[in-house]
Design a protein around this ligand. Structure first.
Ligand code: PLP
Length: 343
């Protein structure tokens, strides 16, 4: 099956740069960014900082590197950060902050909508006692499994953190999905945070890169840490150009991904023995439940029809993105319906 006829629902990280993005990359003005000579990258950093209401930005290789740099900037060896038990910084970053920086994660409960509570933050902050690590930082996430963390809720959690003099970082890997879904300026979500990480390589469909933003002093420290981690890059304007192209073209189309996720969920929930909680479909992710004993051959069945899904766990996730057109939604719904009829 050719690339064009395979539709990959595993994640929004799988998008491929289209011809226009590749052309923008090829035409990029570049220089050595470690010397500060790459204008395309400097412009992207300033552009994202401005969008997110912060003074300065730093282009980094990935969301994981961005979060790691932020945590190590905010907290020292032997200090801890509070974050959701299932959030990326705690569960999916290979313990980088603890391994490389000695900064300890303190995982907090997350409710079904992906939220932390201010009461749990209050409880988790350690008293000033030499037996405990010093609690230094709160790390939040938006969206969480496709669920929007509202600006008001984030602001309440940041206020709780401030009462304990914590710094606040936002992992905004899919922050633009939240802003577009709420039809709000993205800076409304970032106001309470010292630092924010925005991924360009998720729904915004660039091949590589995230931008970490904060005040000037924070970004100066972050630049040194990026260097220590081996993340200083040279003629990186070619990648930054993809980022500019993504901001120019792919924010305004995110609502299509959200609409397709909703259409997909609406179609799938009419299939017998397939369960979807429509309240959970807020942006570009759909979580599908079906009986355990019906899943065994599902993945390979769908793969034969040119539809890729992640290994079917109890609940499995489908993600819509730039490379999932309307007819892929129909193909998916028809294929799952025929699988359920025959298995
Ligand atoms: C919420 C969240 N944060 C951070 C990341 C890390 O991004 P990267 O894969 O670029 O390291 C991801 C990756 O999917 C993510 O889902």
């Amino acid at each position: 099956m050719s690339q064009e006829t395979v539709f990959d629902f595993r994640s929004d990280t799988v998008t491929r740069p289209d011809d226009a993005m590749r052309a923008a990359m090829a035409a990029a003005e570049v220089g050595d960014d470690v010397y500060g000579d790459d204008k395309t990258t400097a412009n992207l950093e300033a552009r994202v900082a401005d969008m997110l209401g912060k003074a300065a930005g730093l282009f980094v290789s990935s969301g994981t590197q961005s979060n790691l740099i932020a945590i190590l900037c905010h907290a020292a060896r032997g200090e801890e950060f509070l974050s959701g038990r299932s959030y990326h910084t705690v569960y999916y970053e290979a313990g980088g902050a603890a391994t490389l920086g000695g900064v300890i994660p303190c995982p907090l409960p997350v409710d079904t909508a992906g939220r932390l509570s201010a009461a749990d933050i209050d409880k988790a902050v350690k008293p000033d006692d030499f037996h405990h690590p010093v609690t230094r930082l709160l790390c939040l996430e938006n969206t969480v499994n496709g669920r929007i963390q509202t600006a008001a809720h984030l602001s309440d959690l940041c206020a709780a953190a401030r009462r304990h003099k914590l710094n606040c970082h936002l992992d905004g890997a899919r922050l633009m999905n939240a802003a577009v879904a709420c039809n709000m300026d993205v800076s409304a979500f970032t106001a309470g945070f010292d630092s924010v990480s925005l991924c360009l390589s998720k729904g915004l469909a660039a091949p590589v890169g995230s931008v970490l933003v904060g005040d000037q002093a924070f970004i100066s420290r972050a630049r040194r840490l990026r260097k220590q981690l081996g993340g200083g890059m040279r003629q990186v304007g070619m990648l930054a150009a993809a980022g500019h192209h993504a901001l120019d073209n792919n924010i305004s189309r995110l609502h299509e991904d959200h609409q397709r996720a909703f259409t997909l969920a609406t179609a799938l929930r009419t299939i017998q023995n397939v369960h979807i909680d429509m309240d959970t479909v807020e942006t570009n992710m759909v979580y599908v439940d079906m009986p355990e004993d019906r899943k065994a051959g599902l993945r390979s069945y769908l793969a034969e029809k040119g539809l890729l899904i992640s290994p079917a766990k109890n609940t499995f996730r489908l993600v819509t993105h730039k490379d999932i057109p309307e007819h892929a939604i129909e193909r998916f719904a028809d294929s799952l319906a025929s699988y359920m009829r025959n298995h």
